[in-house]
Design a protein around this ligand. Sequence first.
Ligand code: PXG
Length: 289
Amino acid sequence: MKIYLNGKLVPEAEAKVSVFDHGLLYGDGVFEGIRVYNGRVFMLWAHIERLYRSAQAIALKIPLSKPALTAAVIRTCRANNIRDGYVRLVVTRGVGTLGLNPFTCRKPGVIVIAAKIQLYPPKLYAQGLRVVTAGTLRNHTEAISPNIKSLNYLNNILAKIEAINAGVEEVIMLNPQGFVAEASGDNIFIIRGNELLTPPISCGTLEGITRNVVMELARQNGLDVREAVLTRYDLYNADEMFLTGTAAEIISVIEMDARAIGRGKPGAKTMELGARFHAFAEENGTLIK
Ligand code: PXG
């Protein structure tokens, strides 16, 4: 595997970062996870723009223009012969001294990894996920904004540990006000009658790129799509529930806090949206050739 590291494609064994990189020392950096379908990088520009917004929010200047970074992603995919895969784009604060001050770091590190895809097991898509409510709250928006896709994912990791310890696949995280925010690495949607509802960004939700595509596809499919402040009451009363994300795509939730959601199996509208999403993803994206 060839890794893009600071302007060069290097063999995996040589793709190393310093122990003094603040990305490692403090989780000081930003990242994106991107999919490649059918030889096309899906929603590449949206991911690039979100990466730059995350960087801006932590006062990190990415040392490449957006078009140059876009080209680096394509170049890395090509070098690894990726037709269907997963791209991880990482910008670290860079090498500095053993102190918090990020401005001792002269040069941000830029990493692109393009790997063959690792999907969730197909069984989970057919059966749906079980989830529990996490005791760990989503970060307060004025602590670490949930809109920053930073290298510090401990908030989400602590929640994910709760899922694993509870013997289920995922968790639903609430914000400090008690409203539903999202899952540990995915956005949440419910279907109620003909309505498709998802929490607004102001609830401590990452503005997921899959989320935005799904909202648009659902509108075209005749659903009444709205952002709504949701509580667990709304989730327990949903006809259908699903999660969306770059890795998960669209995946049903059939049980929450040991209660069946809807009929306790993947819902018809969710499956229909999943099929539409796949069809859309196969045909849209930045060509790698
Ligand atoms: N919420 C959070 C907290 C996320 O980290 C999403 C929602 C979904 O956003 P997108 O843009 O992907 O639709 C994410 C993003 C991975 C991985 O590689 C994926 C994410 C986060 C961390 C790791 O599996 N998802």
